[in-house]
Write a protein that binds this ligand. Structure first.
Ligand code: PLP
Length: 228
């Protein structure tokens, strides 16, 4: 994509978002040059799904970029991003949360996280069911993790062309989110982010009440097939 294409895409996406919706530009498998094009348009939040790639980009790009991790995260790699990552959106186990806590404390900071919820009917190796999410929040151990701050949930709709199906999954996740905010108002007062919506469905997500969308191809075009 050229600089002007990226600029036009960004403007188009932003125009479709309500004011309180945070746009994460998903820059995985796009190079530093393309990221800088979006940066020059004022974009500061970028999301990656591989630790190695995020570390390299963090090292070479402006320091005021906020890096979000959105991909499956192995516990042995948390250490590499703990000093700088601004939000880990893909937390789906106590084990991972404990390791983030450990590395956050080592780095002398509190790392904001979202719990990833598995929506839809497909088999999936990642993401929590609603039940599992509640079990994590109810576990007394969770409240003891001073190095993590649970700020909300992230979800992806089923991989389908059925827009009505996608919209109904988003509405369900919104309902669950409101339930969490109400139920855990005292134990988890930082619950405020509902991350749902990607290039193909962010309009439906925002309509359903999302306040964070993750848009990749809609800004940068098709991704390179081989990770750098
Ligand atoms: C890649 C990715 C996105 C962005 O997908 P696009 O269809 O390119 O917008 C959003 N969320 C997650 C978790 C991703 O892995």
């Amino acid at each position: 994509m050229t600089e002007s294409e990226i600029r036009d895409n960004l403007q188009k996406v932003k125009a479709a978002l309500k004011q309180d919706v945070t746009l994460c530009a998903v820059s995985k498998r796009h190079d530093a040059k393309e990221i800088l094009c979006a940066y020059r348009q004022g974009q500061r939040v970028f999301a990656e799904n591989h630790v190695q790639e995020m570390v390299l980009k963090h090292n070479e790009l402006p320091a005021d970029i906020q890096w979000h991790m959105i991909g499956h995260l192995q516990t042995n790699k948390v250490r590499q991003i703990a000093p700088f990552v601004s939000l880990i959106q893909s937390v789906d186990s106590m084990h991972l949360m404990e390791e983030i806590n450990r590395q956050a404390l080592k780095a002398g900071r509190v790392i904001p996280i979202l719990l990833e919820i598995h929506l839809g009917q497909e088999e999936s190796k990642t993401g929590l069911s609603f039940q599992e999410c509640l079990a994590l929040l109810n576990d007394p151990q969770t409240a003891l993790l001073k190095g993590v701050r649970i700020e909300g949930i992230m979800g992806m709709a089923s991989h389908t062309d059925d827009r009505a199906q996608i919209a109904s999954e988003f509405r369900l996740l919104k309902t669950f989110f409101i339930f969490l905010q109400t139920t855990y108002a005292f134990s988890y007062p930082a619950l405020r982010t509902l991350s749902m919506g990607m290039s193909g469905d962010y309009d439906l997500a925002v309509e359903a009440g999302s306040n964070m969308v993750r848009v990749g191809t809609g800004i940068f075009g098709e991704r390179m097939t081989i990770a750098q």
